[in-house]
Write a protein that binds this ligand. Structure first.
Ligand code: LLP
Length: 422
């Protein structure tokens, strides 16, 4: 995104053109930013550890066009559900390109997962006998909860540590791999998810060491090796104006150093190192473009837009900060204002006391930054406000990659029993 003469451009497309062509609110993604993010991170990690692969956590943005970009760049997939596996396969990912890290799986999930050929990453030991009832996978991974987790979105997205619902307790890890080995499984993986939106390279190294000590001991004692060790996602992006970007080069160097040292210490055959970020690839490549409908002066002054908790849930859910730009006004003086969407909930009043351009007015376009990850995929239809459109930009070209929902989408697949409509 760039601002030229106060006009906002997504790559080389003015946001005014996006709004005129597709309406608002609309999610817009920069193809070249996604590719640059992926390449920067891949270059860093493969420099320090040759046998390395990224799996894209498709939950963060499941638009097929976006996933295709990451497939072209060489990513595999981290899938959280069978439907994400089906989507990935439809897009051309092979079964063994996909790690299936679902939790609390049903029997149907297990059967469909086995049919898909995806690599199971089991969240609990109790899943193993249930899995073996339906078939014996070639390779099996366990998700370890190393007892520590972190996030910079409050505690909300801390998906490891004692308070998290995910992963196997370190004390159960040996039993898990032993049971799998004794059941005849020959190839193994290991996994953790260290937390989300992390900006400290040292933290990745610290938690990698914890994981490797846990699975290294299991590997040594049980005389098994790991085809891959998946260090999860969590590579962060700055949301707040004063946050610095993650030093991905330092992260890669520190993680690879610990990884290599620990693999040697436990005498493991060097495994593939996998990481499965999402936010780092797509987060800062996406913007949400909306329009100011009216400005209200009641107890406070509130800018009313078509961007609310239904179109971008993160602020209402986590108190998350997203920077806002106003087209045509970025060089104006600022004053504190609130900004809200159109939903009948006060959590929809998602921006308070923010320094916004002084003369912001009806009809202005507002652009929400860092909306590429956990944006559209967490939007919903509450209050009959339907989901936005999605557009992909490359240079001065733009393409619709998901149409805006219409009334028919709201009532699609609902049924009224006979007699109720009389
Ligand atoms: N792998 C697993 C198993 C995950 O659960 C996640 C995200 C990722 C990878 C990708 O994490 P990332 O690199 O994007 O941090 N909705 C929240 C984030 C929830 C993260 C869920 N798991 C937000 O909007 O901040």
């Amino acid at each position: 995104m760039r601002i030229d003469n106060d006009q906002i451009y997504v790559e080389d497309v003015p946001v005014t053109a996006i709004a005129e062509t597709y309406g608002t609110p609309t999610y817009v993604y920069e193809e070249n930013t996604i590719r640059a993010n992926f390449r920067r991170a891949l270059k860093a990690f493969s420099r320090y550890y040759e046998n390395f692969r990224f799996h894209y956590a498709i939950k963060a943005n499941n638009n097929p066009a976006i996933a295709h970009i990451l497939r072209q760049e060489g990513a595999g997939i981290d899938a959280a559900s069978v439907n994400e596996i089906l989507l990935a396969k439809k897009l051309g990912f092979a079964g063994d390109d996909i790690v299936f890290s679902g939790n609390f799986l049903s029997d149907d999930d297990i059967k469909a997962g086995l049919d898909s050929g995806a690599v199971f990453n089991l969240d609990d030991l109790s899943l193993l006998p249930r899995l073996l009832k339906f078939g014996q996978p070639d390779i099996l991974s366990f998700r370890v909860n190393p007892g520590y987790g972190r996030s910079n979105v409050g505690d909300y997205v801390t998906n490891a540590g004692p308070g998290a619902k995910f992963g196997i307790h370190p004390d159960q890890v040996m039993d898990a791999y032993r049971a799998a080995r004794d059941a005849g499984i020959k190839r193994f993986g290991a996994h953790m998810m260290p937390g989300s939106c992390l900006l400290d390279p040292g933290y990745f190294a610290f938690i990698t060491e914890l994981l490797l000590d846990i699975i290294g001991s299991a590997g040594k004692e049980l005389e098994i090796n790991f085809d891959f060790i998946d260090l999860g996602g969590g590579l962060g992006i700055p949301y707040l104006p004063d946050e610095q970007p993650l030093d991905v080069e330092a992260t890669a160097a520190q993680v690879a150093e610990v990884f290599t040292r620990k693999v040697g210490e436990y005498g493991l055959k060097p495994p593939r190192m996998v990481m499965e970020p999402a936010r780092y690839f797509v987060g800062d490549a996406g913007y949400l473009v909306g329009r100011v409908h009216s400005i209200k002066n009641s107890y406070t002054e509130i800018v009313g837009t078509d961007i609310g908790m239904n179109t971008i849930a993160r602020p209402a859910m986590y108190g998350a900060y997203h920077h806002i730009y106003v087209n045509g006004r970025e060089s104006e003086d600022r004053r504190p204002l609130g900004l809200t969407g159109q939903v009948c909930e006060n959590t929809d009043y998602w921006v308070r006391d923010r320094e916004l351009p002084r003369d912001i007015a009806e009809g202005d376009l507002v652009v929400v930054e860092n909306a590429g990850a956990y944006g559209y995929c967490m939007s919903y239809q509450y209050n009959g406000r339907l989901r936005p459109a999605e557009v992909l930009v490359n240079g001065d070209r733009h393409h619709l990659i998901r149409r805006r929902e219409e009334f028919e989408d709201m009532i699609r697949d609902t049924y009224v029993p006979d007699g109720l409509d009389k």
